[in-house]
Write a protein that binds this ligand. Structure first.
Ligand code: AMP
Length: 455
């Protein structure tokens, strides 16, 4: 039986793989204008990093982490043995913990330094029940800014994210930005207590899971999809009534910056997000078009205590992550197709096998000159070589036969105008050699100039 890709994973076939690269490059291009620099961290980290950073009580850590274990350690565990903490590894379920760990480990924000602004892109792993827009391995693009607690950091982060969505083709009229402040260690405990008391008073209408949550982290009940719980939680105390003066001021400043940039948002005092590390600003971007129940295409917030949680000095932070796959669904639903990954400047077709060596050398000369060139590798007929040239979207086909070769020529057909020209092989190769891999266009001649010849 054939083996398929694991449940909850997707192959990005060439058209989509190319779109993903474009998606990432567009994001990085925009974020770089805001001073963000790329960082790459391992796909797996010590499990403890996620337990301490994201929180043991979160679903992401308690239920959804993929544990990575070496063959030797696996054997040890299977035989009832234990393994050292540093050998307990998990595939990263999100990017923030790893980036913050790297910032602390390499001291990227020494005391008094400017903030470290970092961006990343790559796969994340969560053992969730797969459904539309929810996978076990998915791609995220994200940013983290460490070392500044000013609300301007939060606001510029949100603004650049919204600019990116618009640039990549997410339908902005079907998109909404929700914002909230979750307070800080001064004001949130009182709020959490108030929610817990409220939940206990309404326990008979709430699910068991929520009541279990009430003990560990009652705020998580705001995310419960159970209609009974949702109804009860609508009447729950609002964080906005509990924010301390500093948090209220910070939140107000973020909103003022967003207003100034013309970004519309909805204040949602029930937005708590799934991870424990958030303080103050939290936000989420949702799209209605083309999505199943998983309509969050990105989100993030401030995490002023996370660096300390993972053993660093106090370093305020802000970050977000956006999910590539859900954005792609929204973009496709808005009628945008992935542009074809196929691109070919010239296809060199052989009339028979006697010219293959020369065709091979011409194709190579084109590629060395920075031209995308292709030839047949299956000894097809000339007719089917033309079909293949069409399929790969070739702009020109160079036909090489024994007669042309004897005359030192090649016949070049422009596939859109159907004009044919005879081109001197030596001349074309000499022109190609001048380019030496420099991109065509601009000051250079084009591939059409190389194969201009005579009509
Ligand atoms: P989170 O780290 O949960 O805030 O996720 C940030 C973004 O990643 C979400 O808004 C989604 O777009 C995306 N995302 C999170 N989990 C998944 C998943 N299981 N499958 C696909 N995309 C996901």
């Amino acid at each position: 039986m054939a083996i398929n890709s694991p449940e909850g994973t997707r192959d990005l076939l060439p058209d989509e793989a190319k779109f993903w690269a474009h998606f990432r490059d567009t994001a990085f291009g925009i974020f770089a204008r805001y001073g963000y620099q790329p960082i790459e961290t391992p796909l797996f980290e010590q499990t403890d990093l996620f337990v301490r950073g994201i929180g043991q009580a979160t679903d992401v850590v308690s239920k959804e982490m993929f544990t990575a274990i070496s063959g030797e350690n696996f054997k040890r565990v299977m035989e009832g043995g234990t393994i050292k903490a540093k050998s307990r590894l998990s595939l990263r379920p999100e990017g923030t913990a790893g980036v913050v760990r790297a910032v602390v480990q390499h001291d990227l924000v020494p005391q008094g330094a400017a903030p470290a602004k970092l961006m990343y892109a790559g796969p994340m792993f969560r053992a969730e029940r797969p459904q539309k827009g929810r996978q076990r391995m998915f791609n995220q693009v994200g940013i983290e800014c460490l070392g500044a607690e000013d609300p301007s950091v939060d606001a510029e982060g949100i603004i650049m994210l919204m600019r990116f969505y618009a640039a990549i083709g997410v339908p902005m009229d079907a998109t909404r930005l929700l914002v909230n402040s979750m307070g800080c260690e001064q004001c949130r405990p009182k709020y959490r207590e108030a929610v817990r008391e409220y939940m206990n008073a309404h326990a008979e209408h709430m699910c068991e899971e929520c009541m279990r949550r009430a003990e560990i982290n009652p705020l998580r009940a705001f995310d419960c999809k159970n209609p009974g719980c949702a109804e009860v939680m609508e009447g729950a105390p609002k964080i906005s009534d509990y924010l301390c003066d500093d948090c209220r001021e910070h939140y107000q400043a973020v909103k003022t910056y967003l207003d100034g940039a013309g970004i519309s948002y909805i204040e949602d005092p029930t937005l708590v997000r799934g991870l424990d590390y958030y303080t103050r600003t939290v936000f989420e971007v949702q799209v209605d078009q083309g999505m199943g129940s998983q309509n969050a295409i990105g989100g993030g917030g401030r995490y002023d205590k996370l660096a300390e949680e993972v053993g660093g000095r106090p370093t305020p932070g802000f970050g977000f992550a956006l999910g590539y796959e859900r954005c792609a669904l929204a973009i496709q639903a808005a009628g945008q197709a992935f542009p074809s990954a196929q691109h070919c400047d010239i296809f060199v077709a052989c009339v028979d096998d006697s010219v293959r060596a020369e065709a091979f050398s011409l194709v190579q000369a084109c590629r060395d000159a920075g031209v995308t060139a292709e030839m047949d590798h299956q000894h097809r007929s000339l007719k089917s070589q033309f079909k293949l040239a069409d399929k790969v979207g070739s702009r020109m086909v160079a036909v090489l036969g024994p007669d042309e070769l004897a005359a030192g020529e090649v016949k070049v057909r422009n596939m859109s105008t159907h004009h044919e020209r005879l081109v001197k092989l030596d001349q074309a190769k000499a022109l190609l050699a001048q380019f030496g891999g420099e991109p065509f266009g601009g000051a250079h001649a084009s591939i059409e100039d190389v194969f201009a010849g005579e009509e």
